[in-house]
Design a binder for this molecule. Structure first.
Ligand SMILES: C[S@@+](CC[C@H](N)C(=O)[O-])C[C@H]1O[C@@H](n2cnc3c(N)ncnc32)[C@H](O)[C@@H]1O
Length: 302
C-alpha cells in the first residue's frame, strides 16, 4: 500500500470513528483532557466580564463541539440571570455528539443552545455572523484552509480560540501494553500518529499555530502552552475513551486480524492501566500538553 493510500485510509478511519453510535458516551470521559483548555479559551474571551459590565451579547460557534465542554464552561462563566444574552451553535460532524450536547443543554437549561451538523472540510455557514468561535481540540484534524473559513465566519471584532496538542499522554501506556505482548503488532511512533492526525501540518509547534492564526489576519494573537495531568477515569473507562486513537492505530494492522489484535491490545492496555492506577476501581491519569491560540478579527469591516 502506498504512503498516500495509507494516510487516506487512516483519515477515513478517523472520520468513521466519529460516526460510531456510542462515540459520545465514550468521549464524554475524555472531556477531562480538553476541559482545562476550554477554561483557558473562555477566560481569554473575556465573555463573563463583558456581559456583566457592558450587558453585551454572545453569538458563539462551538466548532467540533463534541459533548460540549466549551459550551458548558461558557455557561458556567456567565451569571445565570444573563444566560439570555448567550446564543451558542454547537457544530460537529457527528450527530451522536450533537444528540448528547442537546441532552446536556436541556438538562442544564441552556436555552440559547442550538446544534447543527457542520463539516469543517465544507463549512456552509454564513460569514460575519459569530461574535466568538471556539475550536477546542479539532482544528488539526482538518484541512489548513478551515481556520481561515472560521475567521471569515466571525463578525468584525470577533474572537477565536483554538487548541492543539503538543503530545498525547496515552502513548506511553499503549507502548508499554504492546511491548508486554508476546506477539506484538506494529505500533507507529508517536510522531507518526501525530502526523496522521495533523496531516503533516505542525499543529504541535507553537510557532506554527501562531503563524497560522496571524496569516488569517487575526490581531493580538496570543498563545498559552500548558501541561496538565488529567484524570481519565478507571482503567475500563480510560480504555473506552481510546476508541478514536485506536481506530487510527489499528489501521496499521493487517485487516483480516485487526479486530482480534485490537481486542488483545486493549486487554493488555487495561492490565497496564490497572497496574499504574493501583486497581480496577482506581483513577488513571495522563499528562497532556496543549497549545491554546487566541486572536481577534479586526473591528473594521473588510
Ligand atoms: C477531540 S474532539 C473535541 C471535542 C470538544 N471540542 C472538546 O473540547 O472536548 C473532536 C470533535 O471534532 C469532531 N469532528 C471531527 N471531524 C470533524 C469535521 N470534519 N467537522 C466538524 N467536526 C468534526 C468530532 O466529531 C469530535 O466531536
Amino acid at each position: 500500500m502506498s504512503t498516500t493510500q495509507k494516510a487516506n485510509d487512516l483519515q477515513k478511519n478517523i472520520r468513521e470513528g466519529w460516526q460510531d453510535s456510542s462515540i459520545a458516551e465514550k468521549y464524554a470521559r475524555a472531556e477531562t483532557a480538553t476541559h482545562p483548555y476550554a477554561n483557558i479559551i473562555i477566560d481569554k474571551a473575556s465573555i463573563a466580564s463583558n456581559i456583566t459590565n457592558h450587558n453585551s451579547t454572545v453569538n458563539a460557534l462551538d466548532f467540533g463541539c463534541g459533548t460540549g465542554i466549551v459550551t458548558a464552561v461558557l455557561y458556567e462563566a456567565v451569571p445565570k440571570e444573563k444566560w439570555n444574552n448567550v446564543e451558542v451553535l454547537g457544530g460537529d460532524i457527528s450527530p451522536h455528539m450533537l444528540d448528547y450536547l442537546r441532552g446536556r443543554g436541556a438538562k442544564n437549561g441552556w436555552t440559547g443552545l442550538t446544534t447543527q451538523i457542520v463539516d469543517g472540510a465544507n463549512i456552509q455557514l454564513e460569514n460575519n455572523q459569530f461574535t466568538h468561535i471556539f475550536a477546542n481540540a479539532i482544528i488539526f484534524f482538518l484541512p489548513l484552509g478551515t481556520l481561515q473559513k472560521l475567521v471569515d465566519l466571525l463578525q468584525p471584532g470577533g474572537f477565536i480560540g483554538i487548541t492543539t496538542w503538543v503530545s498525547f499522554g496515552w502513548y506511553t501506556y499503549l507502548e508499554r501494553a504492546i511491548n508486554n505482548m508476546s506477539n506484538p503488532p506494529s505500533l507507529p511512533t508517536s510522531s507518526e500518529i501525530r502526523d496522521s492526525f495533523e496531516k503533516g501540518n505542525a499543529w504541535h509547534d507553537p510557532a506554527f499555530v501562531k503563524q497560522q492564526l496571524e496569516e488569517t489576519g487575526l490581531q493580538d494573537v496570543e498563545l498559552v502552552v500548558e501541561k496538565r495531568n488529567v484524570e481519565c477515569g478507571t482503567p475500563a473507562q480510560f480504555c473506552e475513551s481510546m476508541t478514536m486513537p485506536m481506530s487510527l492505530i489499528s489501521g496499521h494492522w493487517e485487516e483480516s486480524k485487526r479486530q482480534e489484535t485490537l481486542k488483545e491490545v486493549m486487554s493488555e492496555l487495561k492490565k497496564v492501566l490497572i497496574e499504574v492506577a493501583g486497581g480496577e476501581e482506581e483513577m488513571c491519569y495522563m499528562q497532556m500538553e496543549g497549545i491554546v491560540g487566541v486572536g481577534w478579527k479586526s473591528a473594521k469591516k473588510a
